[in-house]
Design a protein. Structure first.
Ligand code: NDP
Ligand code: 2IT
Length: 444
């Protein structure tokens, strides 16, 4: 297998999907050598079967807004691979959603889910519908219309969606309610559900907490403590909020948060009371991060990302390609020592190169943000067994999984000089499990 050739071929067959090529390129470059040590992989064209999703469902979603106007959006579910378990991955509702973005996310999810040690395949779905500015009733009608199309293609042992950007507890609740209505079954077909109807404790916290657990393992490889470190976090949604919460508990100082309009810089750090304010602002009132600056009299920078602020650690937790080469250079020049990704593919390939060549500890999202889908997997187990675990039990399992993912990265990513390439480690480890499962199951 020649990575370049496979990628050129994908570009020809699937034009105009830049995010998909970006994700595939990163993985293929890091697994190329290992893959080529296994001629049986190439003999069964494993690489194309792994890069191209098993199937893609796409559909029109028609709904009526509060003014009585009939609206249409596109809906998708990319079922990438069920080699190691049922398709599993979130739904994203955002105006920018298109097939390139969902194909990259489903591809990444396959390797991430493999790393979790749990039996889950990879999928992603969503819509170009944006919940921003919509009433609860509009969001509910949209979710019902979306699920009316999707429900036949999912199920507790088939495909289990969850949240992602624009899909939180409210949306999962509406989606689950309509799924239940259509199927007349109360099964664990979505994760991230409310605690009253089958949700798992610690699922809302899991991605952010898991990222901080992973970060601590990375820092420990160099004997560095997290306590007292200054951290720039981007985003102010689910992942950012619980990243900030765990950082606070660990005695680190979070100085930034952002949304799609701009970022805030709080040199004193975001304390518990301020974080409670952010959670209420974002989750209840669905307000803007600018309001934090007005409330606490700190700096707000419109239309910018937070990477120009001085920090020891950066934890991008908003969206893909939010750290470019310039941002990466600025972080390095400001003395940043670690980057642990909460978002999926937030750093461009050029940015990753800059982090790695400057000796930063750099964790790709598929390793460091895997805590979210891991606790989704634990939610599936609880649902299948009709029981609920305590916060302590789930958190302990999450910590063990993040430690295991870190160990896999070290095992497969340690370089001759003793340093760890977390990109290589995560990709090779995630790939080998999926590849072995595919080989065992024959040509399909
Ligand atoms: P939320 O919708 O809760 O929050 C997203 C945050 O990112 C918001 O602050 C949003 O701002 C901001 N944002 C979204 N799109 C853009 C954009 N194009 N430019 C700038 N800012 C943007 O989503 P999550 O916190 O769940 O997801 C954040 C990231 O983490 C995503 O990359 C997601 O794929 C990833 N992830 C999520 C997991 C989960 O369990 N939820 C698990 C693993 C990864 P605004 O409100 O203005 O849109
Ligand atoms: O990117 C991700 O891992 C998620 N959005 C969570 C997926 C899930 O199924 O919990």
């Amino acid at each position: 297998m020649k990575a370049e050739q496979v990628i050129d071929d994908l570009k020809r067959r699937f034009p105009n999907e830049p995010e998909y090529y970006q994700a595939v390129t990163e993985v293929l470059k890091s697994i190329e050598d290992v893959y080529n040590e296994h001629p049986e992989f190439e003999a069964s064209n494993l690489i194309e079967r792994l890069c191209i999703p098993d199937r893609i469902h796409s559909f029109r979603v028609t709904w009526v807004d509060d003014k009585g106007k009939v609206q249409t959006n596109m809906g998708y579910r990319v079922q990438h691979s069920n080699a190691i378990g049922p398709y599993k991955g979130g739904l994203r509702f955002h105006a920018s959603v298109n097939l390139s973005i969902l194909k990259f996310l489903a591809f990444e999810q396959t390797f991430k889910n493999s790393l979790t040690t749990l039996p889950m395949g990879g999928a992603k779905g969503g819509s170009d519908f944006s919940p921003r500015g919509k009433s609860n009733a509009e969001v509910m009608r949209f979710c019902q219309a979306f699920m009316t199309e999707l429900w036949r293609n999912i199920g507790p042992d088939t495909d289990v969606p969850a949240g992602d950007i624009g899909v939180g507890g409210r949306e999962v609740g509406y989606l689950f309610g309509w799924y239940k209505k259509l199927t007349r079954e109360h099964t664990g077909t979505l994760t991230g559900k409310g605690l009253e109807f089958g949700g798992s404790l610690i699922r809302p916290e899991a991605t952010g907490y898991g990222n901080v657990y992973f970060l601590k393992h990375m820092l420990a490889t160099r004997g560095i403590a997290l306590k007292g470190k200054t951290v720039c976090v981007s985003g102010s949604g689910n992942v950012a909020q619980y990243t900030a919460e765990k950082l606070l508990q660990e005695g680190a100082k979070v100085v930034t948060l952002s949304d799609s309009d701009g970022y805030i810089y709080d040199p004193d750090g975001i304390d518990r009371a301020k974080l409670d304010y952010v959670m209420e602002l974002k989750n209840l009132y669905r307000g803007r991060i600018r309001e934090y600056a007005e409330q606490y009299g700190v700096k707000y920078v419109a239309g910018a990302r937070p990477w120009g602020e001085k920090c020891d650690i950066a934890m991008p937790s908003a969206t893909q390609n939010e750290i470019n080469a310039d941002d990466a250079l600025t972080l390095v020049n400001n003395g940043c020592i670690a980057v642990s990704e909460g978002a999926n593919m937030p750093s461009t390939p050029e940015a990753i190169k800059i982090f790695q060549s400057n000796g930063l500890l750099y964790a790709p999202g598929k390793a460091s943000n895997a805590g979210g889908v891991s606790v989704s997997g634990l939610e599936m187990t609880q649902n299948a067994n009709h029981l609920n675990w305590s916060s302590k039990e789930v958190d302990e399992k999450l910590q063990n999984i993040m430690a295991d993912i870190h160990a896999q990265c070290v095992k497969y990513g340690t370089l001759p000089d003793g340093s760890v390439d977390y990109v290589k480690g995560a990709n090779v480890s995630g790939f080998m499990k999926v590849a072995k499962a595919m080989m065992a199951q024959g040509i399909l």
